[in-house]
Design a protein around this ligand. Sequence first.
Ligand code: HSE
Length: 314
Amino acid sequence: MSDWVTAFAPASIGNVAVGFDMLGLALEGAGDRVHARRTDSGRVTVAEVRGLDGELHPYLSTDAESNTASIAAQALWDRHGDSDGVELKVHKGVPLQSGMGSSAASAVAAVVAVNGLLGEPLAHADLLDYALVGEKFASGGLHADNVAPSLLGGLVLCPPVLLPDVYSLPVPEGVSAVLLHPDLQVNTAQARRGLAKGYSMQQWLEQQGMLAGFIVACVTNNIELIGRTLRDVIIEPQRAAAVPCFEGVRAAAEKRGALGCSLSGSGPSIFALSATGDARNIASAMEQACRMQGIGCQSWVSPMTAAGARIERS
Ligand code: HSE
């Protein structure tokens, strides 16, 4: 693999309940890997896509025009590449349609690897635009709340209206994220199409208040205010029914002292924030509640400071 450049990009929690399409959090412990090397094909191709089990992926295509990694990489190559081509190998570590930013992780890992192959002409943060091209293809909307934290790590504010500018936020001390992935799938593009187009003044005021309060809580390290503000009054009520274990899992997390609990992205994954000392217990309680409803699951506990994408040198 000496002529290959490898990059890793972590999974992420979209929306973080309060900031639909504009707030995202990187997750430690799960992510995608993309290997890239030069070819003489003059374009970006995908040699293979492997799944969590290391086997060739049963669903994801190696058609470069329908794979988020190659679409993002091609956008970067068109602008900064040369007359050579690039071959990619995509190794998925993030389950598909999980609400864990699977397509974003592939797109981010691809652009980081290709930038590495080119000798890193672009600053790391400037890769966002290219990763977004891949993400847009997958989700059918322009939102950076998975791509930005996957690229940069930590908690990132990325309102679509301010793109390509995004803002890394400080995170409260002693707070961790718990993410539960039930063995279900939700198609993000479909879930987005199903959302109501109009909202009431009351909903708008409440959600603005939650987002503003949550950001203040992060900046001032106010854990009690995190607990009061980590709520989605607009999107979660429309999506919760698609995840049959959601209410039970949330009740279990809150009973064990979570500061708040909501869907990650469009679901089915469910995340909670909690005092770091409570996080493992909360993860176990969430798993138990999910399994009690006959749904298998897996969970992760992550600091809110999880690292973003990086080149892996062997
Ligand atoms: N903000 C996006 C959504 C994230 O909720 O549709 C998708 O993972």
